[in-house]
Design a protein around this ligand. Structure first.
Ligand SMILES: C[S@@+](CC[C@H](N)C(=O)[O-])C[C@H]1O[C@@H](n2cnc3c(N)ncnc32)[C@H](O)[C@@H]1O
Length: 193
């Protein structure tokens, strides 16, 4: 069954109700430099926010979202692929970006390993994700709604601890980059030494 993430017009319509997220997307991608890969670009809401001098590659496993993404940024190169199987050589990118994606990636650890593989040693991972609630009540609530939420959205797990997964995968989150608002996290991470 298709969920919201697989229905491009509906996803974009609902995103108009979240202007705060749009601002966070803009701040996320403004920091990208050099050769950049965005994984899970969806309908391309982040794409107009990149600097003009980046060399941008954008991918999503859902082919149906790519025409919209392409309309938002004709300069990027688009691929239909998933984070867990990146069709790029090791050390290919200065920057990898993901915006609200790892809540939906089926195999988070494999996806993060792939991001690590394609990042150059001095590269940066820029991420915007929502995470599991910190309060016991909030966490229980998100655990409770997760099965229905995942079905309706088409893959999103509201109770994932993506920040912990990023650290477990061998990234170091740059402390002064971490921005927190409620369940949202925006940060830059580098490869651990
Ligand atoms: C909530 S949408 C976010 C889209 C866009 N990044 C944004 O900020 O609006 C999640 C996106 O992740 C994509 N996605 C799901 N599984 C994925 C995977 N394994 N690898 C890469 N992207 C994936 C979905 O197709 C969807 O477009």
């Amino acid at each position: 069954m298709r969920g919201i993430e697989q229905i491009p017009w509906l996803y974009d319509l609902l995103m108009h109700l979240a202007p705060g997220v749009e601002r966070w997307r803009g701040k996320l991608v403004a920091g990208a430099r050099g050769r950049v890969l965005e994984v899970g670009c969806g309908t391309g809401r982040t794409l107009p926010g990149y600097r003009e001098d980046v060399e941008l590659f954008a991918l999503d496993p859902n082919f149906d979202v790519l025409p919209r993404a392409c309309r938002r940024c004709g300069d990027a190169r688009f691929l239909c692929a998933s984070a867990e199987f990146l069709p790029f050589a090791d050390d290919s990118f200065d920057c990898v970006v993901s915006s609200l994606v790892f809540c939906s990636v089926p195999d988070v650890d494999r996806g993060l390993r792939e991001l690590k593989r394609v990042l150059r040693p001095e590269g940066r991972l820029l991420m915007l994700e929502h995470v599991q609630a910190r309060s016991k009540f909030g966490a229980r609530f998100l655990d409770w709604i997760q099965p229905a939420w995942t079905r309706i959205t088409g893959g999103c797990h509201p109770n994932r601890d993506t920040v912990a997964a990023v650290e477990r995968a061998g990234f170091v989150i740059e402390a002064d980059s971490l921005r927190v608002r409620g369940l949202m996290r925006r940060f830059t991470a580098r490869l651990a030494d």
